[in-house]
Design a protein around this ligand. Structure first.
Ligand code: APR
Ligand code: ZN
Length: 371
């Protein structure tokens, strides 16, 4: 097709272990209500790794990545709210915008969204291979590419003073962490909080807890390096994981935290979470375990102690409301996000970036693209 643009992208075919290949694919022009965004930064997120390591199944071949920021470079017919040159953060959860959930501030609960099937909301893809067969944007985004096409509502305009690398994280890890604290757990000043797992999502939770005024903020991890980063992000205490964690936290919080977050996606640490909170406390599941795994919880203690378990999907975000709020908090200095980025890399380095994540070395690598 004449309007199809040739675009470099990181593609996962599932036929070469966990490796991605950087290839040129066709990207069709934006259709009604859609925009094409020149990606300027794409974060390397744990959810992509779940796919590459075979823990979650997706449609193949997949253009990977789902955490991006960039500049609008083309608009389809009927686009009213965005223009060429606007700086945008991409929302990977693309809800229908019309159902009861969407219209009552819970777009993340929309059952018609097709993001998890790697399809745009109309059930199609704009990506194609040289032979014309379809390729699929992971989480309806496929952010590890020079350009992407998304619905207008999934490209949220933000202040141009936010650098692209920080902006990209707002679309997933930072937005998820902020939303878990503000929307799901509704943390208020003075509450005692624990965050188990200080990776990209965990550190985002920690920085949002600081914004909300939680104290103490206790970070838990298995890596000393991650615990040092957690302190930089705003944790007041750092603890190594272990069987006696509940006792150590009870001691530091005078009987247990008000709220605890799991930000790894491990069944064992999810099970441990209710033990870290005091009666009446909240345990928030943010990390996503491999498909089909079960969590065992003591039902009697949960009921007797009046504890609440909260599932947090995409931080309960309303992207058009929350992304600009996160950007404002960053620009005011209240939400430190630069510290979350540990490496800036090129698209060709994508496999090495995932390897560094597997080794637990880096909090967040961000892939940068030229203007
Ligand atoms: N106890 C404590 N911390 C642990 C443990 C453990 N048993 N095992 C691993 N960790 C730490 C790692 O050292 C790392 O710092 O958990 C952190 C996980 O961070 P990342 O690998 O950077 O993952 P992230 O991108 O933050 O995503 C976490 O959230 O959205 C989901 O899909 C995502 O399930 C994933 C989770
Ligand atoms: Zn993500």
């Amino acid at each position: 097709m004449a309007d199809t643009k040739q675009v470099q992208a990181a593609v996962y075919r599932g036929d070469n272990g966990d490796r991605l290949s950087v290839e040129t694919l066709g990207l069709a022009a934006p259709q009604h209500g859609e925009v094409r965004v020149a990606v300027r930064a794409a974060g390397v997120c744990g959810s992509d790794r779940h796919v590459l390591d075979g823990e979650w199944q997706v449609q193949l071949p997949a253009v990977m990545g789902h955490e991006a920021a960039g500049v609008v470079e083309a608009v389809g017919p009927g686009v009213r709210g965005l223009g060429i040159g606007d700086h945008v953060v991409i929302a990977w959860h693309q809800a229908c915008q019309r159902c009861g959930e969407c219209t009552s501030g819970k777009p993340w609960a929309c059952t018609r969204a097709k993001s998890n099937d790697s399809l745009l909301p109309d059930g199609t893809t704009r990506w194609s291979e040289a032979d014309g067969s379809a390729a699929f944007p992971y989480l309806a985004t496929g952010a590890m590419a020079e350009a992407i096409v998304v619905p207008e509502f999934a490209a949220i305009k933000i202040d141009e003073r936010v650098p692209f690398d920080v902006a990209s994280l707002i679309g997933c890890s930072v937005g998820t962490g902020y939303g878990a604290v503000v929307n799901n757990a509704r943390v208020v000043a003075g509450e005692a909080a624990v965050v188990v797992g200080a990776g990209g999502v965990g550190l985002s939770i920690i920085s949002a807890l600081r914004l909300a005024g939680a104290t103490p903020i206790i970070a838990v991890d298995v890596s000393e390096a991650k615990l040092r980063e957690a302190r930089r992000a705003g944790a007041t205490h750092a603890m190594m994981s272990g069987a006696d964690l509940g006792e150590r936290i009870a001691e530091a919080t005078d009987g247990g935290a008000d709220v605890a977050f799991e930000a790894i996606g491990r069944v064992q640490t999810m099970q441990q979470l209710p033990e870290l909170i005091r009666p009446g406390g909240r345990a928030v599941f943010v990390g996503l375990p491999p498909e089909g795994q079960k969590v065992e919880i003591d039902g009697l203690l949960l009921a007797y102690d009046g504890k609440t378990i909260i599932g947090s999907n995409y931080g309960g975000l309303v992207p058009a409301r929350d992304f600009p709020r996160v950007a404002s908090a960053y620009l005011s200095g209240a939400l430190p996000l630069d510290e979350l980025i540990s490496a800036r890399v090129r698209l060709d380095d994508v496999n090495e970036a995932f390897d560094a994540m597997r080794r637990g070395e880096r909090t967040r690598s961000v892939i940068l693209f030229d203007a």
